[in-house]
Ligand binder design. Structure first.
Ligand SMILES: Cc1cc2nc3c(=O)[nH]c(=O)nc-3n(C[C@H](O)[C@H](O)[C@H](O)COP(=O)(O)OP(=O)(O)OC[C@H]3O[C@@H](n4cnc5c(N)ncnc54)[C@H](O)[C@@H]3O)c2cc1C
Length: 260
């Protein structure tokens, strides 16, 4: 086998390029190297959402459940949200509905946020293999509880969030290349989600240029969990003071119409 060329790495540790760098219990014998990122981490997004929800309640936030049908505006400002038969007066609105953001009625512009399906599979954690987040170009796995979470696909299939046999076997094949012991383990379950992806793969964060009180925090694609905290900080500052210290110029909603 030809030795692959490795890009320079600024941090972490790279195994010597040699066959069988799976001395850690990972990877097939034909792996030639790896980058070790000791500060990499992972979390359960469901737990994160529940924790944020609990914290918001603790801080006095009132949570209303319901599907927003449309935003109403008058004299260049948002005025209300239509939820079912109710109309809720509002002064500010943040559009943060993931892939469904563009389906909310009454917005002053189309939002180019497209769904990209990702399927996931859970198995038991392979015996004798240390827990780690392991990733290569075609797949990844990470520990969650006693399970291994295996991912993922990138599929443009509209708003279809179902799993498929082809998707699951693609994930199983790719992750078995990372850890051969996985192939013998049955899938506990498989599920899928829709990533909100924009044409330039950057989120849309900030004010609507034409409608006062209308804000966007959407289109985070593959990184919405990673970027949740910074997005929340930016939006909190914008809503409270109208400004943020973070340079969000490249994330403006207007870039899709003005080329900004
Ligand atoms: C398989 C897979 C793996 C991923 N892995 C990672 C990862 O490793 N790291 C990472 O950072 N990100 C990852 N992501 C991406 C991440 O999940 C998304 O970027 C993130 O969930 C986007 O957050 P969001 O709040 O914008 O949208 P969502 O999480 O989709 O939430 C949108 C919410 O809006 C609600 N909603 C929709 N329409 C309306 C309406 N009309 N009225 C009221 N509410 C509405 C929905 O019910 C939903 O609760 C992954 C995604 C998938 C599918």
């Amino acid at each position: 086998m030809k030795t692959p060329k490795w890009p320079p790495c600024s941090t972490g540790w790279r195994a010597n390029a040699r066959p069988g760098c799976g001395a850690t219990g990972w990877t097939r014998p034909n792996c030639w190297g790896a980058l070790f990122a000791p500060e990499d981490g992972c979390l359960d997004p469901g737990h994160l959402a529940a924790a944020l929800h609990a914290d918001a309640k603790r801080l006095g936030v009132t949570v209303h459940s319901g599907k927003v049908g449309r935003v109403t505006t008058a004299a260049g400002r948002v005025t209300s949200l239509v939820v079912g038969r109710s109309r809720i007066p509002v002064e500010q609105v943040v559009i943060a509905a993931g892939v469904w953001s563009s389906k909310i009625g009454g917005l002053p512009r189309p939002l180019p946020v497209e769904p990209v399906r990702g399927q996931l599979v859970a198995t038991a954690w392979p015996g004798g293999v240390p827990a780690a987040i392991v990733f290569h170009g075609e797949g990844y796995l990470l520990p969650r509880g006693n399970e291994a979470i295996l991912g993922s696909t990138m599929e443009r299939v509209g708003f279809n969030a179902r799993t498929t046999a082809a998707g699951v076997s693609q994930i199983r094949r790719a992750t078995a290349r990372l850890c051969p012991g996985l192939s013998a383990l049955p899938a506990h379950r498989a599920w899928a989600g829709l990533r909100p992806v924009t044409p330039d793969a950057r989120p849309i964060i900030g004010a609507d240029p034409d409608v006062g009180g209308l804000w966007y925090a959407t289109g985070h694609g593959r990184n919405g969990i990673l970027l949740a905290a910074i997005t929340g900080e930016i939006m909190g500052d914008l809503l409270a003071t109208g400004r943020t210290d973070v340079d969000i110029g490249q994330l403006a909603v207007g870039r899709f119409t003005t080329g900004a």
